[in-house]
Design a protein around this ligand. Structure first.
Ligand code: PEP
Ligand code: MG
Length: 375
């Protein structure tokens, strides 16, 4: 049994140059990420300085010399999220998790497949209406090979876009950006994905384009009704053999998700803003989705995140551990994906995103008989 001997919180910068919370417990760190296309049902944040001040005054007093027990600490943090926000809570909870991880040398050996954002838009920046065009190297037999396939495809797409004369940039998630029609982009990407052994996925982040009960596609200046949106998503799944579609419908439209799943049983129809890592919402989504994004800072603590993962597994929903668009070099979610056997981790490809990938590469290297998850 180890006690909390020191606890301190400070402001640090995230990848968008915004302040975020870093907590340090017995010298071990945890930092909060931040979303841009946040779901309405996420636990709210508070300004980083407010969270740090509360942790350094009140939480320090309450927690010092108490046992480092994840469940106990998280139980207290859960009731303090009104004061420290999901950002203060997750930074503290991550620091506890990372401390316990550093003390325990037993490791799981089944690694998640990376799901990387190769081309982006929406709330993360870029002309594309779709927030994320994703690649999953499903044919890879090892984690390093998966990373190789995904990055080869990333570099090839970048080159092809440049070769046709486009100016190629990078957005908040390190995904490529260019001014090109979405279907044209998909037509270029499909053969690249195929010959690199990658399947294509999309995060449509449909709540971001939902206006007056319709879905607005700004590139085409076109509104789609709910039925038209469902038809469009079904068409994309068929045409590009999508293995994964995240948030295809607005965040409260459980039946819309269900309708898409009913016609596409082999595709992972994934909730993010729909479910917000919240067990109450997961219960509502059972049989309506077959995959769910797991973002610890949507709910506030590691223990609540683990409850969400367990409920997913019990109800045949594939958990997909995920980063946020605002990130730090904190790699807790990479450790959690391994620890709690999430078969997929969505953590980007380039830029600051490599912190999570590199942690999994290190862990793969150190594991005696590592193997890839079944997806
Ligand atoms: C997402 O929607 O899956 C995402 C990572 O975006 P954000 O962190 O901006 O919510
Ligand atoms: Mg999403």
């Amino acid at each position: 049994m180890t006690n909390i001997e020191s606890i301190h919180a400070r402001k640090i910068l995230d990848s968008r140059a915004n302040w975020t919370v870093e907590a340090e417990i017995n010298g071990i760190l945890g930092a909060s990420p931040a979303g841009a296309s946040t779901g309405t049902h996420e636990v709210p944040t508070v300004p980083a300085e407010v969270a740090c001040d509360f942790i350094n005054r009140k939480i320090k007093k309450a927690f010092l010399n108490h046992e480092i027990n994840q469940k106990e600490i998280d139980r207290k943090l859960k009731f303090l999220t009104g004061k420290i926000g999901s950002n203060g809570a997750i930074a503290t909870s991550f620091a506890v998790y990372n401390f316990l991880w550093s003390q325990n040398t037993e490791r799981k050996s089944v690694f998640p497949y990376p799901l990387g954002n190769v081309f982006g838009g929406g709330a993360h920046g870029g002309a594309c209406d779709m927030q994320e065009v994703l690649l999953c190297p499903k044919n890879a037999k090892t984690f390093p090979d998966a990373v190789q396939k995904m990055t080869d495809a990333y570099h090839e797409l970048k080159k092809e876009l440049k070769d046709i004369g486009l100016s190629v940039g990078m957005n908040d998630e390190g995904a490529l950006t260019a001014t090109i029609g979405f279907m044209e982009l998909m037509d270029i990407l499909k053969p690249i994905a195929d010959h690199n052994g990658c399947a294509i996925g999309l995060d449509i982040a449909a709540s971001e384009m939902y206006r007056h009960n319709k879905y607005y596609y700004k590139q085409k200046d076109q509104f789609l009704s709910e039925d038209e949106q469902i038809d469009f998503v079904n068409h994309l799944i068929k045409k590009y053999r999508l293995f994964y579609v995240e948030d295809p419908m607005n965040e409260d439209d459980f039946d819309g998700f269900s309708e898409i799943l009913s016609k596409n049983k082999k595709t992972l129809v994934c909730g993010d803003d729909l479910t917000t890592t919240n067990t109450q919402r997961i219960h509502k989504a059972v049989k309506k989705i077959n995959a769910m994004i797991v973002k610890p800072n949507q709910i506030g603590t590691v223990s609540q995140t683990v409850e969400a993962i367990k409920l997913c597994k019990k109800t045949r929903i594939t958990p997909v551990m995920s980063h946020r668009s605002g990130e730090t070099t904190d790699a807790t979610i990479a450790r959690m994906a391994l620890d709690f056997e999430s078969p997929i981790i969505k953590c980007g490809i380039a830029d600051m995103r490599t912190a999570k990938i590199n942690e999994l590469l290190r862990l793969w290297d150190k594991t005696e008989k590592p193997k890839m998850a079944k997806i």
